[in-house]
Design a protein around this ligand. Structure first.
Ligand SMILES: C[S@@+](CC[C@H](N)C(=O)[O-])C[C@H]1O[C@@H](n2cnc3c(N)ncnc32)[C@H](O)[C@@H]1O
Length: 344
């Protein structure tokens, strides 16, 4: 992924490989992309300044290059712990916070959060570890563990609530790139075919992609898939959700768009469903999640798309597989079926 001085170098319906599936390999270019993502940065800055009170202690889980920690320190936090699994990236966080004059109040902790202990419980746990489908970077399990072991009684989580959504979409250009095996960062059709083989994927339609999918491609109203209340409860990492969509205009069903809306703090929400690339209302780093179906289906107003969407966990803290299968009904009769899964 590249950006230019004028902004992001991508366009609507351009297909990228799913960044969430390789988060342990993110390089500095990807961190720069996140730091240049106005939608993300403005919402998180406002929320951190609202949620962190002077004199409080804070954990920044997945501190990355330390930007949330810096804002917490600017808000007057007494101490900020920054947990990060990538040692090189954590060094940048330490340098950033020191350069801002707050080095004495920042305690970097290298490791995976599950393996780390802190010397005290904190007043606020802040994090930005969501994927574009909310749970494609394991955030709910990671944050449930953090709340249990690191948060003081009465403390606050930021974000506090996250909802994931799916909506059927028309996206013929994105669909064509998936079929041709030409995601922007796939290295060409040959290399991409190898990558699918290495993943154990049956084909290009058994993977999801990062794509900005325009709002005018929505074929129905979006439906909530999951609600994560991060201040209570223990979410299940696996689920199977039945969803029914009523098509509100004629078009061609190319697949599904996934995204999240997060309540970060008392008055700040982050909604990544937008599509304004020039206006910076689309997220540069998340884009949207595109779950394609192999055979596109012409649909008419009033048709129904019946979807079962499943997540199952795999061994590591970040791995998961998704399955999306269903059928299209026109005047009550089944006209098409589809079934895809990222499971190897
Ligand atoms: C999306 S980046 C955000 C970085 C930074 N907080 C920011 O807002 O720019 C998430 C970071 O969290 C780290 N991370 C994710 N889960 C983690 C975990 N369970 N333990 C430690 N680090 C984690 C990743 O390595 C990555 O650097």
């Amino acid at each position: 992924m590249t950006t230019t001085a004028d902004g992001p170098a991508y366009t609507a319906e351009q297909v990228w490989l799913p960044a969430s599936e390789r988060l342990t390999d993110w390089d500095f270019a990807f961190h720069d992309l996140m730091l240049g993502d106005d939608l993300r940065m403005e919402a998180f800055r406002a929320a951190v300044l609202e949620a962190v009170r002077p004199g409080t202690t804070v954990l920044d889980l997945g501190t990355g290059t330390g930007i949330l920690a810096q804002w917490a320190l600017e808000a007057g936090a007494r101490r900020v712990y920054g947990i990060e699994l990538n040692a090189d990236v954590l060094r940048t966080a330490r340098d950033r916070v020191a350069a801002a004059g707050h080095g004495d109040r920042f305690l970097p902790v290298h490791g995976l959060s599950f393996d780390v202990d802190l010397p005290e419980r904190v007043d606020v746990v802040i994090s930005e570890i969501m994927g574009n489908l909310a749970d494609n970077e394991g955030f709910a399990t990671i944050l449930a563990d953090a709340r249990r072991r690191f948060l003081a009684p009465g403390g606050a989580m930021l974000p506090r609530r996250v909802e994931s959504y799916l909506v059927p979409v028309t996206a013929a250009r994105a669909h064509a790139q998936v079929r041709a095996g030409t995601p922007q960062d796939g290295g060409g059709a040959g290399r991409f075919a190898e990558l699918l083989r290495d993943r154990g994927a049956r084909g290009p339609f058994d993977l999801y992609y990062d794509v900005v999918l325009p709002l005018d491609g929505h074929l129905s109203a979006p439906r909530i898939v999951r609600i994560y209340d991060l201040e209570q409860g223990e979410p299940s990492a696996t689920y199977e959700v039945p969803l029914v969509f009523t098509v509100h205009r004629d078009g061609v069903l190319s697949g599904f768009k996934g995204y999240f809306v997060a309540t970060l703090s008392d008055t700040v929400a982050l909604d990544i469903s937008g599509d304004g690339i020039a206006e910076r209302t689309a997220s540069d780093s998340w884009k949207h999640c595109f779950l394609p179906i192999e055979d596109q289906v012409p649909v008419r107003r009033g048709d129904r798309v019946v979807l079962t969407f499943c997540r199952s966990g795999t061994d590591g803290p970040f791995g998961q597989s998704y399955r999306w299968e269903g059928r299209v009904l026109s005047e009550g009769k089944e006209v098409a079926r589809f079934a895809h899964s990222t499971a190897a």
